[in-house]
Design a binder for this molecule. Sequence first.
Ligand code: SF4
Length: 317
Amino acid sequence: MSKVVTYSPAYTIVPTYECFNRCTYCNFRTNPGKSPWLDLATARNKLLELQTQGVCEILILSGEVHPRSPRRQAWFNLVYDLCNLAISLGFLPHTNVGPLSFAEMSQLKTVNASMGLMLEQLTPKLLHTVHQHAPSKVPALRLQQLEWAGQLQIPFTTGLLLGIGETVDDWRDTLEAIANLHQRYGHIQEVILQPHSPGSQQSFNASAFKPQQLIEAISIARQILPIEITIQIPPNLVAEPNLLFACLEAGARDLGGIGPKDEVNPDYPHISAEELANILVLDVWQLMPRLPIYPQYEGWLSPNLQANYYKWQITIK
Ligand code: SF4
């Protein structure tokens, strides 16, 4: 009998690459004001193309405009309008655009099947290294986002970035914080374990996270996280088949959104779901599509997303 690993047929829309943070491992950002924002007409044309390509999830992934910037409201409106546009064309949006105010998060809940924010690592020592110029990466601020998502009943994806200067004990602290929040609100649907994979645009000078350590991190996460939280790994960063199989053996069960480009790690393109399925079957793993909202959260869906949800529930089987 084959074993099942899931993925989400997804496409990433980027409202803007500009970001007021400067994480030293970043391969995504441009300086504020230095890249044009996506306009709705261009987004609409792209989404129309995707309607015939089996894409279900539209991941809205953005650099951050400072909360006190006079352009913040326009940026937020663009994110909100892109979600609405995706819904109107039959997709299920999942937004991950950095820390939000409580009011912004409440508003985005109404136009998202689920949302996400990487916790990355809780240790404050990173504020003196990779996050020295990244005010959004203050651990307490990010923990509060996870707490608000729970209070608002938003199915949530979070995760750890591994290999940015933390220790194994730091992983445990971060995983325990996620587990504790989930025990209170029951809203964490998946946790991504993302290995640092050097890219061509970053200034952080460290080697790639070691494969053996990723297997160890998955095993530790599986011990700490409640069983209903799925562990996700990005297959483009775990490209060697035997490593991929070892990660699944250790407890990973989801491969995240698979689309043509990984916007966060543009130096590591995805292979297609078909190619991935052909690799996985060699170790008797069956690759199955899933929706961006896990079935146990159906009751939390906003009314305007329900028609799309039921359509995709029938289509993706
Ligand atoms: S990693 Fe995210 S928050 Fe940090 S600079 Fe890049 S886009 Fe901004």
